[in-house]
Design a protein around this ligand. Structure first.
Ligand code: SF4
Length: 337
């Protein structure tokens, strides 16, 4: 498979009154054509900042891309692009859908018009052609009575329909990459499943690569080809979906997996929750950032940052437990599937 996006050593900071907050600290990864890469971690781990930095959607200041590159199709470095070039790129080659569609859609503009705008700018269609295409896109995202709906405002749509309309806007120009940032968080559970199925179906149909950003590992099991787990601005583990679910190596990944509700849990009232909070990234720790919350923490963990260890050609983990001198630790029982 061919790489279409490559992020190299990306570092993003926010200048705050408390000092420089290092939100993303040297993140490197790639996305292959047509695949789904899930980026998973709790709030504040840097996943949304990373995805917005890819689109160059972070306000500067207070944010700053300190270092690194975001290479699209081998030669275009998004980090160095001017706003004018970026506007042509966004929506046509790389698109994004957000957590809350109500704040992303324009409440004063009819939904069909909002879909049509991108088609007129990027595909050179006239108003009538773009509107007809917008109706087709609403049909593609399975909104009933598409023509009537195209003439309605976002407040006339339900939450699930608004997210479908956002997907229609994002995919109207057939981009190569879609970034979906927590696309189901604001929705009911049944609607969440429908939206994830829709993203999966459209991805297959259109061949779009998807970067799926979420805090919920349970959401990605069915959808992702590969998963990378982020903590405190760094990628701590990455692998294929099978490797992350059936052979996880990082204690933080274990914690995320233990937090996913399971139908088979004997005592239904007991749901694992990870204690403590992530470190302050204004003054990040020198050692492993997960150390204060890790039940396997050793002396070295607080003194030095663990380096990435290759488990297989697709599976990598940054944890001192992988060092040959480290004590052998059993994977928690409840993770055994
Ligand atoms: Fe835990 Fe140490 Fe591994 Fe960090 S390096 S996750 S503290 S065992």
């Amino acid at each position: 498979m061919q790489k279409i996006l490559e992020v190299k050593d990306l570092r993003v900071s926010f200048h705050t009154y408390a000092g420089e907050c290092q939100a993303v600290r040297g993140v490197s990864f790639h996305v292959n054509e047509g695949e789904t890469l899930a980026v998973v971690g709790e709030s504040g781990c840097g996943k949304t900042v990373t995805s917005k930095a890819i689109m160059k959607l972070l306000p500067e200041p207070p944010s700053e891309i300190k270092e690194g590159s975001v290479i699209l199709f081998k030669d275009k470095n998004i980090v160095n692009m001017k706003e004018k070039e970026l506007r042509l790129l966004r929506g046509s080659e790389i698109s994004m859908i957000f957590q809350d569609p109500m704040t992303s859609l324009n409440p004063t503009s009819k939904t069909g018009k909002q879909i049509a705008e991108g088609l007129m700018i990027h595909r050179g269609m006239n108003k009538k052609q773009a509107f007809e295409e917008a109706v087709k896109m609403l049909e593609t995202v399975k909104i009933p009575n598409a023509r009537k709906r195209a003439n309605q405002y976002p407040h006339e749509f339900s939450g699930g329909m608004r997210q479908r309309a956002m997907i229609a806007i994002a995919l109207a120009c057939n981009p190569s990459i879609l970034i979906a940032d927590e696309p189901t968080t604001a929705l009911d559970v049944t609607i969440q499943a429908q939206i994830m199925d829709l993203i999966k179906e459209l991805q297959k149909k259109l061949g779009t690569a998807v970067i799926l950003v979420t805090h919920d590992l349970g959401v990605v099991a069915d959808v992702a080809d590969r998963i990378q787990v982020m903590y405190a601005g760094k990628i701590v583990e990455r692998g294929t979906t099978d490797e992350i679910f059936y052979n996880p190596k990082h204690p933080y990944t274990w914690a995320l997996l233990r937090s996913v509700p399971k139908l088979s849990t004997k005592n239904k009232s007991e749901l694992y929750s990870l204690k403590g909070t992530p470190p302050d990234l204004v003054s990040p720790p020198v050692g492993c950032p997960f150390a204060p919350r890790c039940e396997y923490c050793m002396e070295i963990c607080e003194e030095a940052m663990p380096y990435a260890t290759e488990i297989t050609s697709t599976h990598e983990v940054s944890c001192w437990l992988q060092h040959p001198m480290a004590p052998k630790v059993e994977v928690p029982n409840e993770l055994m599937v």
